[in-house]
Ligand binder design. Structure first.
Ligand code: SAH
Ligand code: SF4
Length: 371
């Protein structure tokens, strides 16, 4: 069987090429082609001899995702629906950074579906289809980065260009369009697939040059996974989807809490080794009448006391009209934020991006025919 070069770490790539009788500089050329110039075939590697390319064809392949659909929101957010080799589908979301300048955050998937089953999340309703391999995680970034760069060089006019043009401080002569941040907040629970996520993290930083400070792994609170993530190099940012301040409420909306209750989760957060000036992000989906009261806000202050943290308050994005969960009243969202801020906490209200194309938090279901 041919080896998919993207499944190999830097070290394994060197070993593989050495076994194929190639010198080190050849491996560096290939790394540069795959991860910097984003080549998806050996044909594109024009500075390699024909003979070497022939040999590569015989022993190796370069994986690539199949794009089934791309949707562009009126706020500049884009959603990419990909098909994997076995027909499973996943989604990635590209979000313009708030300060513009053509910089983007890519929200990537770590699993097709998710087994955790949070009540407010569309991905959870799918159940787990399967874990993604490291190369399938990285390929989402490679595909979208390549897509952006091709779009720029071809001068294609599209919503992404329009958005860049309208962003303050951007000029076409000095094009800085790129993905600068990666968040594991797409489909799936990354800490339920930590082996492959860990490999993907090392490829993203080691081979693609992303800063570990620009990468965030978000979890619903898999306590042993948080402890393992703390030991994985590179140490990336941690985000925890907290969403409740009592075990009763959390059990109700996030069944994972029965396995890893709040006390254990908070302890694991306290133990997480934060580099200087880094903080843990706590995500808090506000649900009307369930977790959005002033008492909840005050409990939250107590719960997180002493943890270097920042809070992302996410007003619930409705999944359908038949459910018993509802978005919070705007006045309650502001009141909630105010209590946290008065207590000295950093609490941002996360604007819902891409809701018109079902790309907002919790709306990913990777359906091709519906939506
Ligand atoms: N499984 C990981 C990574 C997915 S992140 C995790 O749960 O952290 C998805 C984020 O969107 C989580 O913070 C989750 O709490 C939030 N979310 C899920 N469904 C949502 C919805 N319907 N509205 C708003 N936020 C939602
Ligand atoms: Fe899974 Fe995260 Fe959705 Fe919960 S919020 S079901 S953990 S993807």
């Amino acid at each position: 069987m041919k080896t998919n070069l993207k499944q190999l770490s830097k070290q394994d790539l060197f070993l593989f090429m050495e076994r194929a009788g190639q010198k080190q500089f050849r491996t560096n050329q290939i790394i540069s082609w795959i991860y910097k110039k984003l080549a998806v075939s050996f044909d594109e590697m024009t500075d390699l001899s024909m003979a070497f390319r022939e040999e590569l064809y015989n022993i190796a392949v370069i994986s690539n995702l199949t794009l089934l659909r791309r949707q562009v929101s009126k706020d500049g957010t884009q959603k990419f629906l990909f098909e994997l080799e076995d027909g499973q589908t996943i989604e990635s979301v590209l979000i313009p950074n708030s300060k513009g300048e053509g910089r983007f955050t890519q929200c990537i998937s770590s699993q097709a579906g998710c087994a955790v089953g949070c009540k407010f999340c569309m991905t959870g309703r799918l159940g787990l289809k399967r874990n993604l391999r490291a190369y399938e995680i990285v390929d989402q970034v490679i595909f979208v980065r390549r897509f952006i760069s091709r779009q720029r060089t071809n001068g294609t006019s599209s919503a992404i260009d329009t958005f860049i043009k309208e962003s303050p401080g951007t000029s076409h002569s000095e094009d800085k369009t790129d993905i600068t941040n990666i968040v594991f907040m797409g489909m799936g629970e990354p800490l339920n697939n930590l082996h492959e996520v860990g490999r993907a993290l090392s490829i993203l930083t080691d081979l693609m040059g992303f800063s570990r400070r620009g990468i965030t792994v978000s979890t619903s609170g898999i306590v042993p996974g948080i402890r393992k993530l703390a030991e994985i190099k590179p140490l990336v940012n941690l985000a925890v989807s907290l969403n409740a301040t009592t075990d009763d409420t959390r059990n109700r909306i996030m069944p994972i809490n029965k396995k890893y209750p709040l006390k254990e989760l908070i302890r694991a957060c306290r133990d997480f080794p934060l580099p200087p000036r880094r903080r843990i992000t706590f995500e808090y989906v506000l649900l009307d009448g369930i977790n959005d009261s002033p008492d909840d806000a005050r409990r939250l202050v107590k719960l997180l006391a002493g943890i270097k943290s920042k809070l992302n308050l996410i007003p619930y994005n409705s999944l359908d009209n038949t459910e018993d969960l509802k978005p919070p009243l705007e006045s309650n969202v502001f009141a909630f934020q105010k209590i946290l801020q008065k207590a000295g906490m950093t609490a941002m209200i996360r604007k819902s991006m891409g809701a018109d194309i079902s790309a907002a938090c919790g709306q990913l279901k990777a359906a091709y025919k519906s939506s």
